[in-house]
Design a protein around this ligand. Sequence first.
Ligand SMILES: Nc1ncnc2c1ncn2[C@@H]1O[C@H](COP(=O)(O)OP(=O)(O)OP(=O)(O)O)[C@@H](O)[C@H]1O
Ligand SMILES: [Mg+2]
Length: 265
Amino acid sequence: MLDIKNVKKTFNINTINEKKALNGINLHLNEGDFVTVIGGNGAGKSTTLNMIAGVYPIDSGKIEIDGVNISRFPEYKRAKYIGRVFQDPMMGTAAGMEIQENMALAYRRGKERGLAWGIKQNEKSFYQEALKKLGLGLENRMTNKVGLLSGGQRQALTLLMATLQKPQILLLDEHTAALDPKTAKKVLEITEEIVDEQNLTTLMITHNMKDAIQIGNRLIMMHEGRIIFDISGEEKKNLEVEDLLRKFEEASGEEFSNDRMILAN
Ligand SMILES: Nc1ncnc2c1ncn2[C@@H]1O[C@H](COP(=O)(O)OP(=O)(O)OP(=O)(O)O)[C@@H](O)[C@H]1O
Ligand SMILES: [Mg+2]
């Protein structure tokens, strides 16, 4: 499914701001793997997802999706393989457009046709059914502008849009971090439902250790541009937050620190 081989990335090479962000990442995901990703600030988590999505070119190594080497594909060419939701609820949707228009744009991703031809009735029904599953009442607000929605509603919509056409891989970068705890929980539940239903291969960065343990079938920990820990199945389920912190300290020789990490909730 996803194969990352020895991917390296240094930002601002040969300048005073040179920063090695990825130090040789190796990761193989099987179809349907739901992987949570944790690590301290600057560990390279977001950079890893950005490399997969093609936000920046990699310096060396290889990224394959389903056997296709996408390492040199521009970002727009990867969009048809990849669904993404990032931290900022303002980013994944167009505020000035209607809910149904946003969905139609997402649905047409990678296709020739834009919105000029309008949205057909059968399409509207399809969007309505999809929105119903979120359980947020958005199916009755399809002509509302997205700017009227709350942050949580927008993230849920972004998630739905990212998965409207089944992506080969779903990338989530702290997509609930900007939400209040109750809304974050709801959006995480929706995430699990969508991933389960479509058996999506997913990478989800989170700063919440408990979520990282509870959600998905596999957990990886990053430090200084490397994966230092990769655990799955029963072993993952039986982890405690303290185990993770200890493992981090053993592997890195440092204390775990992430300014967005919340142990309690
Ligand atoms: N566009 C960029 N230009 C220069 N440096 C960058 C860029 N993006 C990331 N970096 C640097 O690369 C390193 C890895 O950053 P990254 O954003 O991947 O960390 P992270 O694990 O997502 O951390 P956080 O938990 O804080 O989000 C950091 O030192 C960061 O400053
Ligand atoms: Mg990050």
